[in-house]
Write a protein that binds this ligand. Structure first.
Ligand SMILES: [Zn+2]
Length: 347
């Protein structure tokens, strides 16, 4: 009896989607059983997560290393002013927001940077991986991992008025490295983007989320998957498509299976992070925020919650995470950042 009531509720909630011929009642159940990871929850990640959550994808794992800032609110649709005021991690803020409009799905928030050391653990048990990152380093890493374990992933990016996306189905289509053997120049964005229209974001998120649903549905829906690198400029109204249905012969990643990004060769320990910040990729230094607050209080303004500690010491602003990772604003010099970190956190 109870089962029957639950079933009615489910079918009522998703009735407009079940009516759509490409999905139906069986398709809706497949979406409910689906497990999607969203790597990076900025603008594109927010939009994709929101769409898939409302569509009833049963498990979403949202992975993001960053915290919400006021400048995100123009385009990052899962966040509110109070999230920025509290400097909440994006993954946590996104999970809270989603639970307010769909409490029936599972959202797993992971406040982490996806790196070679943790990618297997972070993406374990996932059916489809969606790209919400802003950098090619992580995308190549995801590409290598997806090819290695034969899991589909969807590249999606938006810059300015332009969005671009590609489905990568290992063993079938081209991969990211087939099309871009190296990072495309002029498209590499850092944590702070240089300018973007929220409409371009939502467009590309809609296209990518639909393709993700086809992958989860399987069967006839797979025949509807796009096999091109697709881009659209909402300002210029220009549309470009490049064939990507077949792997490129001799591709380093999908052809030779040489997963250089997965082995982490040449990965920097300190990276530039936007126009005026440096990130220290420390991960093995558990931080006691209460203790750190006491230590720093006499030196400047400090505040923390359970996820993040912020410390202002003119002209610098340091954001510290529980695993020891830090973002230092006010410098682009790795040496200065290293010494500030050593001074305030430890060396
Ligand atoms: Zn390839």
């Amino acid at each position: 009896m109870r089962q029957g009531v639950e079933k009615d509720k489910f079918e009522e909630r998703y009735s407009r989607q079940i009516l759509f011929r490409g999905i139906g009642a069986e398709g809706q159940r497949r979406l409910a059983a689906g497990r999607v990871a969203i790597v990076g929850c900025g603008a594109t990640g927010s939009a994709v997560a929101s769409l898939l959550a409302r569509a009833g994808v049963g498990t979403l794992r949202i992975i993001d290393r960053d915290y919400v800032e006021a400048s995100n609110l123009q385009r990052q649709s899962l966040f509110e002013e109070k999230d920025a005021a509290e400097s909440l991690p994006k993954a946590i803020a996104a999970a809270r927001k989603i639970s307010a409009f769909n409490a029936e799905i599972v959202v797993e928030a992971r406040v982490e940077d996806v790196v070679p050391r943790n990618i297997e653990a972070l993406l374990e048990g996932i059916d489809v991986i969606l790209d919400g990152t802003d950098n090619f380093e992580t995308r190549y890493l995801v590409n290598d991992y997806a090819l290695k374990v034969s899991r589909p992933w969807i590249y999606a990016a938006a810059v300015g008025s332009y969005g671009v996306t590609l489905n990568v189905v290992p063993g079938k289509t081209a991969c990211l490295a087939c099309i871009f053997p190296d990072s495309p120049r002029g498209m590499v964005e850092t944590c702070e983007t240089s300018g973007i229209l929220n409409t371009a974001v939502n467009l590309i998120a809609s296209v990518a989320a639909t393709e993700a649903m086809k992958l989860l549905l399987g069967g006839a829906a797979l025949g509807k998957l796009r096999e091109t690198l697709w881009s659209f400029d909402v300002w210029a109204n220009k549309h470009v498509e490049i064939a990507a249905g077949k792997p490129r012969v001799g591709c380093r990643a999908c052809g030779e299976r040489d997963f250089v990004h997965l082995t982490g060769e040449g990965r920097p320990h300190i990276t530039m992070c936007g126009r005026n910040s440096v990130q220290i990729h420390e991960r093995a230094r558990p931080i006691d925020f209460a203790e750190m607050q006491r230590r720093l209080e006499t030196l400047g303004v400090v505040r923390h919650n359970e996820f993040v500690l912020k410390f202002w010491h003119e002209p610098y602003e340091m954001t510290l995470f529980p695993d020891g990772r830090a973002i230092i604003k006010g410098t682009t010099d790795a040496g200065v950042a290293r010494s500030l970190y050593a001074r305030y956190v430890g060396s």
